[in-house]
Design a binder for this molecule. Structure first.
Ligand SMILES: N[C@@H](CCC(=O)N[C@@H](CS)C(=O)NCC(=O)O)C(=O)O
Length: 218
């Protein structure tokens, strides 16, 4: 039986890879696991049926048999732990890869999301523009720290892992901010070159193309 994930019926980014089902699609493609997709219309996000699977009324979710998961970090970790290819065999290297997954969602993603929120939802507030430089500075500090840790390595710690997958998926959300960090730009480009990334991106884009005009969220 294939797992089923949920995704936007009509993604606000028109299929540019920013909707977070991309992370899950990409992980499934990396390990060669086929999957089904259930599209959720925007008006159903906060309804009880969807909340029973995702308490915050968000996408994506992951269902496999009786197991229902939410939170992309947890979903990607589950996929990586139940298939070969996204986590190293050695316990120490595995623990380090998982550490980077947590760094992606708990250290890098919050300032990235803060910038997105400022861009999409706060620009028309009287204080929106004034807040932006501080938000941007916090993000740049984190990006600089990560750029230093990555250095000129191909991937963050040995072969490509679920850690890289989650890190890249955060970086693509703030691509315009990566320019001062050429090694981060090259890291994202390398990831985008992976056949599994391309397949996941194409599958997500096909849904958006079929949906027509992107969802307006602001
Ligand atoms: N921390 C969650 C974030 C999920 C998330 O923000 N999903 C967005 C789409 S990319 C969403 O559903 N937004 C609608 C909302 O938050 O109401 C995860 O990683 O799964």
């Amino acid at each position: 039986m294939k797992p089923t994930i949920t995704a936007f019926a009509n993604s606000p980014d028109g299929g540019q890879g920013l909707a977070r089902d991309m992370r899950v699609r990409w992980a499934l493609e990396e390990v060669g696991q086929e999957y089904e997709v259930r599209l959720v219309p925007w008006e159903d996000f906060k309804k009880p049926a969807h909340r029973s699977k995702q308490p915050f009324g968000q996408i994506p979710t992951f269902e496999h048999g009786n197991l229902v998961l939410f939170e992309t970090g947890a979903i990607v970790l589950h996929i990586a732990q139940t298939h070969q290819g996204l986590l190293p065999e050695s316990p120490d290297a595995r623990a380090r890869a998982i550490t980077w997954m947590f760094a992606a969602v708990s250290t890098l993603e919050p300032p990235a999301t803060d910038l997105e929120v400022n861009e999409y939802f706060e620009q028309n507030e009287p204080w929106g523009a004034a807040r932006r430089p501080a938000v941007q500075k916090r993000l740049w500090t984190r990006l600089g720290d990560f750029a230093a840790a990555l250095g000129q390595k191909e991937w963050i710690d040995g072969p490509f892992s679920a850690g890289d997958l989650m890190l890249v998926e955060v970086l693509v959300r703030v691509e315009a901010e990566l320019k001062p960090f050429p090694n981060l730009v090259a890291y994202v480009d390398r990831a985008r070159d992976r056949p599994a990334f391309k397949r996941a991106f194409a599958a997500q884009k096909a849904v958006a193309d079929a949906a027509g005009e992107p969802l307006k969220i602001r």
